[in-house]
Design a protein around this ligand. Sequence first.
Ligand SMILES: Nc1nc2c(c(=O)[nH]1)N[C@H]1C(S)=C(S)[C@@H](COP(=O)(O)O)O[C@H]1N2
Ligand SMILES: [Mo]
Length: 314
Amino acid sequence: MLIRKPADLDESDVTPYEIYQQRRKFMQSGLAVAGAALTGSLWLPSASAAITIGEVKDGPFSTDENKTDRKDVLTYNNFYEFGVSKSDPFKTAHRMKTDPWSVEVVGECEKPGTFSLEDILAPHALEERIYRLRCVEGWSMVIPWIGFPLADLVKRFAPTSKARFVEFETLYDKKQMPGQRRRVLDWPYREGLRMDEAMNPLTLMAVGLYGETLPNQNGAPLRLVVPWKYGFKSIKSIVKIRFRETQPTSSWMKAGPREYGFYSNVNPNVPHPRWSQKRERRIGELRKRKTLMFNGYEEQVAAMYSGMDLKKYF
Ligand SMILES: Nc1nc2c(c(=O)[nH]1)N[C@H]1C(S)=C(S)[C@@H](COP(=O)(O)O)O[C@H]1N2
Ligand SMILES: [Mo]
């Protein structure tokens, strides 16, 4: 499969028919603001991102469950930098400029530096992996991501023996990210992994989905996908990577330490303080499903947590 560069396509090509229709209706109804938002590069996912085009091979660990409708993956998002409602990112994330893009690598490593997106991507072969994503809010999706193992990227920076954790930061720019004008979270959005979690072969650095470069609302041009953890661990639009000796405090831990732990593993047996985590609604389905331990990736990840009290280290 080829990653398709938006420039190769015209708008009708990448626009799902229903949305195209919906947009036409929108514009006809004279909703100028919405119309303007929708005429941009919205459906030309991350139209400016400098992503290398090439063969994408089928990667490991893909589920054969039905994929979530592309339209839902692109329009039902959590990306608080663009607003707190699910439909906000789809409407406003086109304001984010993703080219040029660079990532600063700092902390406990032998090869820190500031790298362009092109430098970051250059040595990595892209693969498609179809993963389940389970949001702590109680819904889930199945998404065909394109990316490469985070482990391969981490190794390039040669972390020192002191590096026990990796911290990631999202872009902080109020002009491009209207949601940051309100302090709903302590910006920039921060997340972290223990080093073995970062090096686990399941952990993906994603640059695309559904055969295209990442749409802005899904975290262009570079985001994490950690499928055995609640969705908020999968940080979007990464600009900074820091190797640390001590455990980082994520934005969600800071916002609610009783509700969001550092580990955030999908665990039906540990309820969120305000609601159960036993079941979930797969977007596009009506009946609820049982939530699986580690989101169904127990075989790949359980050993990393042996001996840990998962109620304490939630
Ligand atoms: N920077 C940033 N990353 C983020 C979020 C966010 O608000 N800001 N939301 C998280 C949450 S709660 C979820 S469920 C997933 C949603 O990813 P998707 O919109 O691509 O499905 O992104 C995660 N990454
Ligand atoms: Mo989430």
